[in-house]
Design a protein around this ligand. Structure first.
Ligand code: MIG
Length: 817
């Protein structure tokens, strides 16, 4: 058995030194001594005593598990929504030979080759016969029996790019980066700081237009060195537990979409949010007292700036005790919420994990059986907002159920959604330290030896830290679902682990009011998107400090078509509402919000699609155009669905910008109707009042007239925006906007100059009243609706033509240009 010590790898060493002071003593698994076929896969006993299990868990997914002790743990994962089942494998070869080949029993598809010596190593071949993952013989699979660390290295092509890894404050492709997975409360994180709040140990690789993906399902502190230490390999591992990873081969086409489909089939998909949560949200730390909240709500209505949600940050509570109201500032919360509802607002309250340690606080007393304990067996206490607190052990099913039940009172009062903060968990003072708080100290959390239930697999905080926040969001989601089954929950969380999307939306924490942070928001949000987390947003304007009028305005535009659109700001900043900066900024902010309300039916349809496919509404360019090399590292543009290309201005003083139009499609300027062919970068005008926005030729997407909130919008008909120029189409998903009732789909097909619309005979939801054609060069020669020529008005500035439709049923519209 080969034995080696990593001395040059300072980063790994430093990391390990955090956990224990023992020197790293890596050993490789060594050669294969026996092969066994089991129900859960093919098992390889190795010279070191470690055991490796390889299984095909879907036709395009290989799972590899390595247990250093040789005994596999209970097969349980917080990330996994659908427990994987091993498919039958054909095994050729045995321990005596040099190679063992595993193939799916179906004959086609994935092939796995095991090299038996000098060390066990794996090569995974995709359905097209190409190798996608090859263990680096220089760095075989290894573990450290002293501190429990596990690690594997893969050979790397210098041109391979990597995307995902959850929430990273890094450029769009994460090749050449060293990243750590350890949920950290990092207020005012600077671009490049790692780790921050979320840990999603999953990535999608891209090379020569083809993809595969890897998910390391390990909740300990883990790390990914994607060619930083050595460009010819990448390494991933964790500080404990099994090396348990999945390889997504991407099917025959090896498309990124296939990888994400398979990953989200395993870890679950975000449920369709209530429609109001996709609308504009206004937040501040904190809107207090109640009169302030009323004033904000009223101002939105008076100024006719659309909005659906107001947030109450920690200021609403009584001494920061969770699930209480300040008797002084919020004396009658029920009346407040009733009145806000009558104005068409929904209200989201923050709920932190810390329960004030106060014997007079009934919730604290009731939670006695459910708190996290120290290694010595005492209730763990740490300071957060309320002072000394105890913390529910969200890895305990009964603690989750108890915490979930606490939402009953707030639901009765009329609170609509919940915001879980501080759940990395973050605490104010590092354990056993009298030093002042270090803002970026990743140890600003529970002691690593604190005890958790782990859903029946008791373990340390080192093991369960990364799932604490996700399990809190789960307690919230499940509690609210149970208490109010007729409506869909809206939960927003700061911390999370792989699979968090099943329970919650995610925002990117305490960003800064800087242009750099505005620019960073795009690779951060698209990175989360392709990590299976579709409902994401960044605080508009930047949480810390006060943005200039120009920065706030540009941020409003940039965020207008991101999945969550929320202004939020810190306690010590100047007010920040869409009207704060006066004209012309107020009108531009209103227009940005109005644009969102126009496109809400499209966004909602994309979320409904995501439940089926796992494809996020917000997409980086490479996701749709993996073969377009020029698109592979574009981080200052995004796609909404496949049909809208958004290129926000993210630099001060800029009034034009270069836009890259992905290859193979033609793009039409939303505002002017100008055409751009794909595969080129073009400088476009971007005066302060304009968000550069383009629609793909061949698209048909639902839009709405502007409304002040979603309830008002529900009474208005829809308009289908049509971009002729390529065959294609689209569809519209509609339901009641909340709850679990019936849904309806309208389908649209574009063929040449003909639009065919399939509408249900009895429309229960919004009717499609008209088509709006974009990008027409001139007045069309003829427009025919169901065979009859009509006069359609042509707008010379926007180059749009609006065509009214008969009330119901299928219809064809022909536009001869
Ligand atoms: O220690 O609740 O990221 O959005 O306004 C700060 C107060 C606690 C951090 C969140 C931020 C929120 C703030 N919270």
């Amino acid at each position: 058995m080969a034995r080696r010590t990593y001395l040059p790898r300072m980063a790994v060493l430093a990391l390990l030194a955090w956990i224990s002071n023992a020197p790293a003593a890596w050993q490789t698994v060594g050669s294969v001594v026996a092969v066994q076929q089991g129900a859960d896969g093919t098992e390889f006993s190795t010279r070191s005593g470690a055991r490796v299990r390889v299984a095909l868990v879907a036709p395009d997914v290989v799972r590899v598990r390595m247990s250093p002790s040789g005994t596999f743990e209970r097969d349980f994962s917080y990330a996994v929504a659908t427990p994987p089942q091993a498919l039958p494998l054909r095994v050729d070869g045995n321990a005596a030979g040099e190679k063992i080949v595993l193939r799916g029993a179906d004959g086609g598809g994935v092939r796995v080759e095991i090299t038996t010596r000098p060390d066990f190593s794996i090569q995974v071949y995709a359905g097209d016969g190409q190798p996608i993952l090859s263990d680096d013989p220089q760095r075989p699979m290894a573990f450290d029996a002293t501190d429990g660390a596990v690690e594997i290295s893969e050979r790397r092509d210098a041109h391979e790019l990597y995307y995902g890894f959850g929430e990273k404050a890094l450029p769009v492709s994460r090749h050449g980066q060293y990243m750590t997975m350890w949920n950290s409360d990092t207020p005012g994180y600077t671009p490049g700081l790692d780790p921050i709040y979320q840990s999603i140990p999953f990535f999608i690789a891209l090379r020569d237009g083809k993809s595969y993906g890897v998910f390391l399902d390990n909740t300990y502190r883990s790390y990914f060195d994607m060619g930083k230490t050595e460009p010819s390999r990448y390494t991933f591992g964790a500080n404990g537990g099994e090396l348990d990873y999945y390889v997504f081969t991407g099917g025959r086409e090896r498309a990124p979409a296939n990888v994400l489909r398979a990953y989200t089939a395993l870890t679950g998909r975000a449920p369709l949010p209530p429609l109001w949560a996709l609308a504009y949200q206004q937040s501040r730390y904190s809107y207090t007292p109640d009169t302030k909240v009323r004033e904000i709500a009223q101002t939105f209505r008076d100024k006719r700036i659309p909005a659906d949600v107001i947030y109450l940050d920690i200021g609403y509570m009584d001494g920061y005790r969770i699930f209480t109201w300040s008797p002084h500032d919020f004396p009658d919360p029920k009346k407040l919420l009733d009145d806000l509802h009558a104005q068409g607002f929904h209200v989201v309250t923050i709920v932190d994990p810390g329960v004030k340690r106060d014997e007079n606080f009934s919730i604290y007393r009731a939670g006695k059986d459910f708190y996290v304990h120290t290694a010595a067996g005492d209730e763990l206490h740490a300071a957060v907002w309320p002072g000394m607190c105890a913390f529910p052990d969200f890895t305990h099913p009964q603690a989750r159920a108890w915490f979930g039940s606490l939402y009953a009172g707030f639901l009765d009062t009329g609170v609509d959604g919940f915001w879980n903060d501080m759940n990395e968990p973050g605490v104010f003072v590092p354990p056993e330290s009298t030093q002042p708080v270090l803002v970026h100290d990743p140890m600003k959390t529970f002691p690593l030896d604190a005890r958790h239930d782990g859903d029946g697999e008791p373990g340390t905080h080192a093991r369960y830290h990364n799932v604490y926040g996700m399990q809190m969001a789960r307690a919230t989601f499940e509690g609210v679902s149970k208490l109010r089954p007729q409506q869909r929950p809206f939960v927003l969380t700061r911390a999370g682990y792989a699979g968090v999307q099943r329970y919650s939306a995610v925002w990117t924490g305490d960003n800064d009011a800087t242009w750099d942070h505005l620019a960073l928001s795009m690779p951060m949000l698209t990175g989360l998107s392709v990590s299976g987390v579709p409902f994401v947003g960044a605080d508009i304007g930047g949480f810390n400090a006060t943005p200039s009028a120009e920065l706030y305005t540009r941020w409003m535009q940039a965020a207008a078509l991101t999945p969550m659109m929320r202004t939020h700001s810190a306690i010590d900043t100047e007010p920040r509402e869409p009207w704060t900066y006066g004209e012309p900024y107020e009108s531009i902010a209103r227009a940005a919000i109005e644009l969102r309300y126009r496109l809400l039916p499209y966004l909602y349809t994309l979320f409904a699609d995501e439940v089926q496919s796992g494809f996020p509404p917000l997409r980086p360019l490479w996701f749709e155009y993996p073969r377009d090399v020029a698109a592979s590292q574009v981080g200052d543009q995004y796609l909404l669905g496949k049909d809208l290309l958004v290129a926000p201005v993210v630099h001060a003083g800029q009034t034009k910008r270069r836009v890259y139009f992905p290859r193979g499609d033609e793009w039409i300027d939303w505002w002017s109707g100008a055409h751009f062919s794909g595969g080129k970068a073009v400088e476009v005008a971007a005066p302060l009042d304009r968000l550069p926005l383009f629609v793909r030729a061949g698209a048909a997407l639902p839009t709405s007239p502007v409304a002040q909130n979603v309830a008002e919008a529900a009474k208005l008909p829809l308009i289908l925006t049509i971009a002729l120029g390529a065959d294609g189409g689209g569809h519209v998903y509609q339901d009641a906007g909340d709850g679990h009732g019936a849904a309806e789909t309208i389908a649209v097909e574009l063929r040449g100059d003909r639009v065919h619309i399939e509408r249900p005979a009895t429309a229960h939801f919004r009717r499609v009243e008209a088509l709006e054609f974009v990008g027409l060069a001139r007045v069309p020669r003829t427009v025919r609706v169901a065979g009859k020529a009509i006069d359609a008005a042509f707008d010379v500035t926007t180059h749009r033509v609006r065509v009214p439709l008969p009330p119901a049923g299928n219809v064809d519209v022909v536009v001869e240009r």
